[in-house]
Design a protein around this ligand. Structure first.
Ligand SMILES: [Zn+2]
Length: 169
């Protein structure tokens, strides 16, 4: 990741762009209360982006239920996407995770995670913006240009695309 890609904004700009909760977490290193965030139990496939700059941070593929009340991941999408720094605040020795591009506080990483990484990235929902995967099960190449369920499917009650028996269209 290139340093020139860094996103830097003034405090006022961050306040304007983010919700108060997002601002508190990402810029003031806040921590949302467990089991209250948007994504702690989300299983929707997709990519979790930084709420501050849109950088891809985590994938639903590495998300797991750690039972701690925050979204937990075994690894970032790209190790270069996050920066890990020692955080000795609150009388604990922890490792803070921040967005490499905009410096947003994301959460902390612990080494009590599951295999294969043994890592638990415990991330605040307020730091993340889930981009849901769009291509779940859809087949490309219908060619009609319309992606709505319009009359092209007339006569078929099933929304299965398996096309059983009726031959090629
Ligand atoms: Zn960011």
């Amino acid at each position: 990741m290139d340093e020139s890609e860094r996103v830097e904004r003034s405090d006022a700009e961050w306040r304007a762009r983010l919700t108060p909760r997002q601002y508190e977490v990402t810029r003031l290193e806040g921590t949302e209360r467990p089991f209250t965030g948007r994504y702690w139990d989300t299983t929707t496939p997709g990519t979790y982006r930084c709420v501050g700059c849109g950088l891809e941070l985590f994938s639903s593929g590495t998300k797991y239920d750690a039972g701690c009340g925050w979204p937990s991941f075994t690894a970032p999408v790209d190790p270069a996407a996050v920066e890990e720094t020692p955080d000795d605040g609150h009388g604990m020795r922890r490792t803070e995770v921040i967005c490499r591009r905009c410096g947003a506080h994301l959460g902390h990483v612990f080494d009590d995670g599951p295999a294969p990484t043994g890592q638990r990235y415990c991330i605040n929902s307020a730091s993340l913006d889930l981009e849901e995967a769009e291509d779940a099960g859809s087949e490309s190449g219908s060619g009609s240009g319309s992606d709505s369920d319009s009359e092209s499917d007339a006569g078929s009650d099933s929304d299965s695309e398996s096309g059983s028996g009726s031959g090629s269209e």
